[in-house]
Every structure is written in structure tokens, then in C-alpha cells.
Ligand binder design. Structure first.
Ligand SMILES: *[C@@H]1O[C@H](CO)[C@@H](O)[C@H](O)[C@H]1NC(C)=O
Length: 223
């Protein structure tokens, strides 16, 4: 009950900001999410009502090297943005705004987290991913570990919201470790995966102000 209350308190704060935002057209979101899912061949029920299923299906693509992997997801993402148009895209990927459209706070957060991460994977993080084949290999071998890092964070944050930033740091390190281990020839994938999770947690917990950085030369390099 207490944790539910803490989450609602955050959601309530976000809702109070929502007044200033334009609303997400749910019919349009349903259409565009449907297009996204059929483009990627993933189940139509994988949407904001089931963000875990959506994430699992999207992240499977990260396990494929080359054009059938991340670039395919990024094409789907780009189509999704075009389908919604700038105004609805912004509204439909904002937690307060979709909560105002009667999507529950927790799944809203998980849903927005996925799309926020696309901005990185298909933007600043794109080349790092494509230049390091070990990254798709790591997504493949460590998928369950990465899922566990994420679920551990969610349950710790619910149980002990006061220390959420401690847990967010643990989660980003948990991601980073998998890619530092899986990609020993470059520190970049470690940074990438820290950043991936950091951007995701920052949606709900921006106060944590975590940072990801490349290990300094002489740290991982030359080990
Ligand atoms: C969202 O899409 C609807 C339907 O196309 C449109 O009427 C509305 O203006 C759009 N909202 C924003 C914020 O752009």
C-alpha cells in the first residue's frame, strides 16, 4: 500500500503538470502502435497495456547483428513518429499526458521508457551499436540478466522509494557490467548500456541525475 501510494504521489505530481500539455489522441496512437507492431511482426497486444511484452519483443531485435536488427527497429520507430505527427508523438510519449488519457501510471512510465530509449538507440547510440558486433551477441546471451537488472530496480524502487537513486545507479551498473564483459575490446558498449538504462530511469526519476562515462584509459583499456 505504501509503495503504491508513493508511486501515485509521483504520478499525481506529473498529472498536475499535464494540464499544460496537449493530449494524446488515443485512436491515432492505437493505429500507429498497430503499424509499428505489424512492421516488426510482434503481437498486437504488445502496447502500453503490456509494455513488458512490447519491450521483450523489441529487444529480441537487438540480438540480431546487421540490418535485420537495430536498423529495422529504428525504421519502425521512424514510421511510428511520422504516423503520429510531431504533436501527437510528443503527447503520446509523455507520461503525464498519457496518464491523463486514462493509461495507468506504471505502464505509462514503462511504455514511455521504451520510446525514450529509442531516441538513444536510433540516435546518439546508433553507431556504437552497429560498430560493435559484440553488442548484439551480448543482448543475446545476457537477455535474461538484463531483464533481471531492470526488474530488480523496479521492485527495489517500489519497496524503498527514498533510495531510488541508489537503485537506479545499481541498475545502470548492472547493464554496463554485462556489456563490459561481453565487449572486452572497447569500452563504448559499456557506456552505451549504462546510458540506455539511465535515460529510461530518468523519465520517472530525473532527480537522480546519474551520469554514464567511458572508463578512463588504463582502466578497462589494456586489461
Ligand atoms: C493529434 O491528431 C489528431 C488527429 O489527427 C489531431 O486532430 C490533433 O490536432 C493532433 N494533436 C496534436 C497535439 O498535434
Amino acid at each position: 500500500m505504501r509503495t503504491g501510494f508513493a508511486f501515485l504521489a509521483v504520478a499525481g505530481f506529473l498529472l498536475s503538470c499535464a494540464a499544460a500539455q496537449s493530449t494524446c489522441n488515443l485512436d491515432l496512437l492505437i493505429k500507429c502502435q498497430g503499424d509499428f507492431n505489424s512492421f516488426l511482426g510482434i503481437p498486437s497486444i504488445a502496447n502500453w497495456n503490456n509494455p513488458e511484452l512490447l519491450r521483450q519483443n523489441v529487444e529480441v531485435y537487438f540480438q540480431y547483428p546487421g540490418v535485420q536488427g537495430l536498423p529495422h527497429v529504428c525504421r519502425a520507430f521512424s514510421r511510428f513518429k511520422n504516423c503520429l505527427g510531431q504533436g501527437n508523438y510528443t503527447a503520446c510519449t509523455s507520461v503525464p499526458s498519457i496518464v491523463a488519457s486514462s493509461i495507468k501510471p506504471r505502464p505509462a512510465y514503462e511504455f514511455v521508457k521504451i520510446y525514450t530509449q529509442f531516441h538513444f538507440t536510433c540516435g546518439a547510440g546508433y553507431n556504437t551499436f552497429l560498430n560493435n558486433d559484440c553488442m548484439s551477441a551480448t543482448w543475446q546471451t545476457q537477455q535474461q540478466t538484463l531483464t533481471n537488472c531492470r526488474h530488480q530496480f523496479d521492485s527495489d524502487a517500489d519497496r524503498d522509494p527514498t533510495n531510488v537513486c541508489v537503485y537506479a545507479r545499481i541498475a545502470t551498473s548492472c547493464y554496463e557490467t554485462q556489456f563490459l564483459n561481453g565487449c572486452r575490446s572497447s569500452p563504448d558498449p559499456g557506456w552505451w548500456s549504462c546510458e540506455y538504462e539511465r535515460l529510461g530511469t530518468a523519465i520517472m526519476y530525473p532527480q537522480c541525475a546519474l551520469r554514464c562515462s567511458l572508463p578512463s584509459a588504463g582502466g578497462i583499456i589494456g586489461k
